[in-house]
Design a protein around this ligand. Structure first.
Ligand code: MG
Length: 197
């Protein structure tokens, strides 16, 4: 099977986990077990505006202090050497995504933020990225650290890689491949490209 594109989640995958979702939810005043963007859809316009301002403040602070996850730079370099395209699909805003890209001097072939497509676990963002890259889902892999990343990747028809960051995720059986950090993905590339012996 060919590998033409590797698409990534941002928080906790390309960058070290930093967004404190529990703190954001407490500040908004919603249950810590809920999904922020989904709950916001049920709010009045005034409530939603207030909640979005809280989310964006936390996101921007996290982006400005973000650190790259282990092995991201060598992985991206190796993908470049092999001619494999790269992309980001994130529930973050475009602004915080661009802050992270600029801070770490990263470049990706395509960037899909929450302004561009329905949020994961919907596959829409991944499908939009693949459409822009003109690549079939079967030739793509999606890398993320959350169950919704695996769900979105599979729903799009792509293979998936779970980044555990050393934690027992409980849902690792949902992933096609499991790594502790992005650096380990370099060792999977021959297999993903179908050239492993
Ligand atoms: Mg994530």
């Amino acid at each position: 099977m060919a590998l033409k594109a590797m698409l990534f989640d941002m928080d906790g995958t390309l960058t070290r986990p930093r967004l404190d979702f529990a703190a954001i939810k407490r500040e908004i005043g919603i249950p810590t077990t809920s999904f922020i963007l989904e709950v916001m859809e049920t709010m009045t316009p005034t409530e939603r505006e207030r909640a979005m301002a809280i989310v964006e403040r936390h996101e921007q602070e996290a982006a400005e202090r973000s650190e790259l996850n282990d092995g991201v730079v060598p992985l991206l370099a190796e993908l470049g050497r092999r001619g494999i395209l790269t992309g980001i699909i994130t529930r973050n805003s475009r602004r915080s995504c661009e802050t992270v890209m600029t801070r770490h001097e990263l470049a990706f072939s395509v960037l899909v933020c929450r302004e561009c497509a329905r949020a994961k676990p919907s596959p829409d963002g991944i499908l939009l990225a693949l459409q822009r890259l003109r690549i079939d889902a079967a030739s793509a892999v999606y890398v993320g650290d959350h169950l919704i990343d695996l769900q979105a990747g599979h729903a799009a028809g792509a293979r998936t890689i779970l980044v555990t960051n050393g934690h027992d995720k409980g849902f690792h059986v949902e992933a096609d491949f499991v790594v502790a950090g992005p650096g380990e993905i370099v060792g999977l590339l021959d297999t993903l490209q179908g050239t492993a012996r």
